[in-house]
Design a protein. Structure first.
Lengths: 335, 335
DNA sequence: CTGAAAGCGCTTACAG
DNA sequence: CTGAAAGCGCTTACAG
């Protein structure tokens, strides 16, 4: 491939002049500029981004670190991040960690080697030292999902409040025995949801029944089995909150196979408002979280940090909505 | 951050020696090596990957170009690619194009500037000149989904055959009026599926009924509307093939809202075997395509190309399976 | 086994 | 407005 020297030679100027016409960082005679541009075109010259990055100390790339892109909320986040990145001339490096701290650290070490100008973490592990260290090292960092004691810029929803509202909503519909299909509590978002659920029950003078809480449920299949197990062991909830929509789908399947009806026998709600949820039978009530918008917000903030707008860490808290659908409809026909 | 010079100074050696202990490309005295490693640790030295890449002419990064990561097959592909990439020390740059050729070309131009050692294209537009040019330029390229006249390495399934088999399968179940909910035919995989569908009908002496073919349906919502429209216009299929599972979900919803039963009134099948499909009501028969494995195969091939195993382009054709579920069950109780 | 030097392809003070 | 030179941080022939 052609280098800046080739262009310079063809245009009869110095490499400096080629660089300057390209960057616009210094005045170049109009005539000269034209010759240079012609040469660039003729040779199909593309500047070597590595050399540029080495000199300038930045790459216009960023690392997007997330647990698993096949978990359906993350494509939305990734798309939000990438859309803005592309518009701003940035490039996104995709890193799946499976919430494994070692993989996360491996990726950090790799990308720290001048690969990227900054990081977005959409992971939620409790351990945060490596992320704080990264920030300490001077790397721009934005968290998506998680907040670390307001020490790092983050874009989040209030998981506690979301679960509190979901629970209160079901209580308001007259449901009393609400099961929670929760995820791995070593992830803050799940431990917070559990707390929100418990607090809502407590505030309504409903005692917490341990048998109604299903812990560490990972996915659709897991929720399906756990809910079947729940009924098989004789526990009969009149509502189920699944902490993500796929878990709600698994629960729905279990409920139907048990010959029960949603919402008549048991109301069901999920989290995330995946497009799919409106197409289920019945359509599933869910807590909507604006994942795409949160991704876009995270990268906008990251770009500010990269541009040097460091200041004090800012925590962006997004609101959630309850999307009411048939899976929680009450008998009188209201939703 | 510490540079190789800092390490050299601390260890009392030259930068060359530091480089050599790190690369292992030349012998270094055991004692010296120890001192160097100690210095590296003390300074927490990480080699600058840009400088390394500039010198060595490679980056160990690759571009993964796909239409839209929020389309649920692509996270599977991306995960297959990234898992292997990480194990081999490579890094993946995520590029969403929305099948927009201009965006695709923009990304190519950007990544060509020494960003990446190779490309995986999981796009399916008919136009391929820019990709052939890229290959011509000497960049390793692997196609997923699409084959360009056997000129470029590719990892694909036979879309024609898959649709042919799906159609034959439904005919074998006694269905005669099979509707096809197809996608944008400017993408080869959809035009091939249409051909497979038509050929299967022809081979079984069933005339093609234009009103049963729904063109350019994009997604769940689109399929929902199109299938409703189909019935509302008086056309009554006894089976529907949707060219991806989400479209099958949309179709399912429409069918139910019309008060019809699956599979009694109309059999339904999709493509892709998304996890979700087993959890639908009823579970949906689908053509399984091994997306994760195809992603993994594509990057393995790309790494071979990068290592210089150029030779002749190889086309890897994966087999599809029909995953039989209740949505096509015939009356006698068989599936 | 080790070091000094050249060079990868850029950008940017410096000098004119 | 323009060029020659230095330097970003590495690696690798070359010489010893």
């Amino acid at each position: 491939m052609a280098t800046i020297k080739d262009v310079a030679k063809l245009a009869g100027v110095s490499p400096s002049t080629v660089s300057r016409t390209l960057s616009g960082n210094a005045p170049v005679d109009k005539r000269t500029k034209e010759r240079v541009l012609k040469a660039i075109k003729a040779l199909n010259y593309k500047p070597n981004i590595l050399a540029k990055g080495l000199k300038e100390g930045r790459t216009k790339a960023l690392g997007l670190v997330l647990p698993n892109i096949t978990n359906p909320i993350f494509p939305l986040v990734a798309r939000g991040v990438e859309d803005i990145a592309r518009k701003e001339g940035y490039t996104v490096i995709l890193c799946n960690t499976d919430e494994d701290k070692d993989i996360e650290i491996d990726y950090i070490n790799k990308l720290k080697n001048r690969w990227v100008d900054g990081f977005i973490f959409a992971t939620a592990g409790k351990d945060a030292k490596h992320i704080l260290d990264l920030k300490e090292d001077g790397f721009p960092v934005v968290l998506l999902i998680r907040n670390i004691e307001n020490k790092v810029d983050s874009v989040i929803i209030d998981s506690f409040k979301a679960a509190y509202r979901a629970t209160t909503y079901l209580l308001g519909l007259g449901r009393k025995r609400i099961a929670l299909v929760n995820g791995d509590e070593s992830l803050s978002l799940y431990s917070e949801r559990l707390e929100g659920y418990k607090k809502a029950l407590a505030d309504n003078n409903i005692s917490i029944e341990e048998s109604l809480i299903l812990y560490e449920i990972q996915d659709m299949e897991g929720a399906y089995k756990a809910v079947k197990g729940l009924y098989n062991s004789g526990t009969k909830p009149d509502a189920i909150i699944a902490t993500c929509d796929p878990k709600a789908y698994g629960a729905a399947r279990a409920i139907k196979e048990l010959g029960l009806s949603i919402p008549k026998d048991v109301a069901l709600m999920g989290f995330d408002n995946l497009e799919m949820s409106a197409f289920m039978d019945p359509p599933i009530t869910t807590i909507s979280q604006p994942w795409y918008e949160m991704g876009a917000t995270a990268i906008r903030r990251l770009l500010q940090l990269i541009e040097g707008d460091g200041k004090k860490p800012k925590v962006d808290m997004f609101d959630v909505d309850i999307i009411r659908r048939e899976s929680t409809k009450i008998s009188k026909g209201e939703i």
